[in-house]
Design a protein around this ligand. Structure first.
Ligand code: SAH
Ligand code: SF4
Ligand code: F3S
Length: 476
């Protein structure tokens, strides 16, 4: 079994910037024939920041009179918004681009690569796939309309690879994928330097939006009927208001939660270093702020944390967990973990396993270490063999599964408010999400529940999901 197939998420909960290489809209072959030049197909890989960027890119194109289509066959402009976090994710785009190998499939089409692979590989993409005409990283999306105009005017190749921008990417129109939940990016890029990570290279330096523009967007969303907002950033809690208001991250959280009409406010991903007591106090103060913190640890060994440049020790991390667990309101905690980082001994790995016991995560995304271009860890000595990484990952996931099973079993018999996310057609069961970001698969005698808030009683629990039934007659 390949490491990536084991790298599947432990559970079905969404809500972390894990950068899974799961494509939204997969396609196996391209049919050729005449296409309408003013149509676009956009496929997105990677994390929620990419999902949200794609919503904005779609908004830009729709604003220019383009129509979105469901398959690349039907599109005049084919765009892949890519992820480069692990090797497997990055190679996906080249297999997609392979669909356009033959001349006929390229005819009359603009083919573009956006996102983190674009930023990382740059013009090399033109060499590997000469039929690509647009390569643009996220820091240059502001220039997208102009780039598209140049292509429309007949230019053969256009790039947007500047990373040193000091603006964030905002658009007048954002075509949101979800009718009730909306993303707001409050900080782009990353100024940390974790030695395994491509993000500082692919998304550029940190840029925060002004608190006023975040609040204005939140108010507009509430007026448009959005009741749940997720504030996004690779290190969301490193937010630094560039305006004179100088709002701290926790003040911004409280201000967004106070926007009339807002029912749930989430935020991800928090970096442990910048995670302070004020955030816990804010969650305690305002029930609109969801009782969930995604606080990736990466490793339970201080030696490895140092090699990863995570800037905290095991003990300091455990203190943050204690701070959150000590809150007057129960707050769920989730994490990301990397196994098989260079130099990881059996003892280091044992430290990570024991950290799981201490932290008692409600869920954890775990990955085998994947060496990435440009990163400091790429050529570090003492690489761990692939089979050993895969073995450790399986051990870790089993331990976490046991923890989740026990935690979830304790929820049986309890009632939770969920926001209804989806309906599974085959067995007519609904999927709802708790404020702690846990999925509950439930039955209801009612129809038309999407986007509603209602109470569900848990009747059964598994490691990744809980099962229940609607508590009829009690609106949430
Ligand atoms: N900004 C977030 C993480 C973004 S990337 C943070 O600091 O926590 C999402 C996750 O992918 C990371 O938390 C890490 O667990 C994993 N990851 C990043 N680079 C990786 C690599 N080279 N190999 C394996 N996993 C990696
Ligand atoms: Fe990557 Fe570290 Fe920045 Fe997260 S904090 S995006 S892991 S460099
Ligand atoms: Fe992937 Fe880029 Fe997000 S590398 S995880 S899409 S920031």
């Amino acid at each position: 079994m390949s490491s990536e197939s084991i790298n599947a998420r432990i559970d079905v909960r969404l809500g972390s910037l894990t950068g899974e290489a799961t494509p939204r809209n997969a396609i196996a072959s391209i049919e050729t024939g005449a296409v309408d030049a003013r149509t676009f197909y956009l496929e997105t890989f990677g994390c929620q920041m990419n999902d949200h960027d794609s919503e904005k890119v779609a908004g830009v194109l729709l604003g220019r009179g383009y129509r979105q289509v469901e398959t690349p066959d039907a599109a005049g402009v084919v765009l892949y918004n890519t992820c480069s976090i692990r090797e497997k994710a990055a190679s996906k785009v080249f297999s997609r681009l392979g669909l356009f190998k033959d001349k006929a499939s390229q005819e009359g089409r603009i083919i573009g690569v956006l996102g983190c692979v674009a930023q990382q590989e740059g013009e090399v993409i033109f060499e590997r796939a000469p039929w690509v005409s647009l390569v643009c990283g996220s820091a240059s999306y502001r220039q997208l309309p102009e780039m598209i105009s140049r292509l429309e005017a007949g230019e053969r190749r256009v790039t947007g690879l500047d990373k040193d921008v000091d603006e964030t990417f905002e658009t007048p129109v954002t075509r949101r994928n979800h009718p009730f939940r909306a993303y707001i990016t409050i900080i782009e890029g990353c100024d940390k330097a974790c030695t395994y990570c491509v993000v500082p290279f692919t998304r550029g330096p940190e840029r925060s939006r002004t608190s006023a523009s975040v609040l204005e967007e939140a108010r507009r969303l509430a007026e448009d009927g959005y009741s749940e907002i997720q504030l996004l950033g690779q290190t969301v809690n490193s937010y630094a208001d560039p305006s004179a208001a100088r709002m701290s991250f926790s003040e911004l959280l409280l201000a967004v939660a106070d926007v009339p009409g807002m029912k749930r406010v989430r935020f991800t991903t928090s970096h442990p270093n910048d995670f302070g007591e004020d955030i816990v106090r804010a969650i305690e103060t305002n029930p609109v702020l969801c009782d969930h913190v995604h606080l990736p640890v990466q490793s339970g060994s201080t030696k490895l944390l140092r090699a990863m440049k995570r800037t905290y020790t095991r003990e300091e991390y455990i203190e943050k967990i204690a701070l959150i667990r000590g809150a007057s309101r129960a707050i769920s905690i989730t994490s990301d973990i990397i196994v098989g980082f260079p130099g990881e001994t059996d003892e280091d790995f044992a430290d990570t396993l024991s950290l799981l016991d201490v932290a008692q995560y409600d869920s954890a995304f775990s990955f085998t270490y994947s060496p990435r271009p440009n990163t400091a860890a790429k050529d570090m000595p003492d690489a761990i063999p692939e089979e050993e990484k895969v073995r450790r990952l399986a051990v870790l996931q089993e331990r976490q599964r046991e923890i989740q099973t026990l935690r979830n079993e304790k929820c049986v018999g309890r009632e939770y408010e969920v926001m209804v996310d989806g309906l599974r057609k085959k067995d007519a069961r609904w999927l709802g999400r708790t404020t702690t970001n846990q999925m509950i698969d439930f039955a209801s005698p009612r129809t038309e529940l999407l986007g509603q808030y209602l109470k569900v009683r848990v009747t059964r629990a598994g490691p990744g999901c809980m099962y229940g039934e609607e508590v009829v007659g009690q609106a949430g």
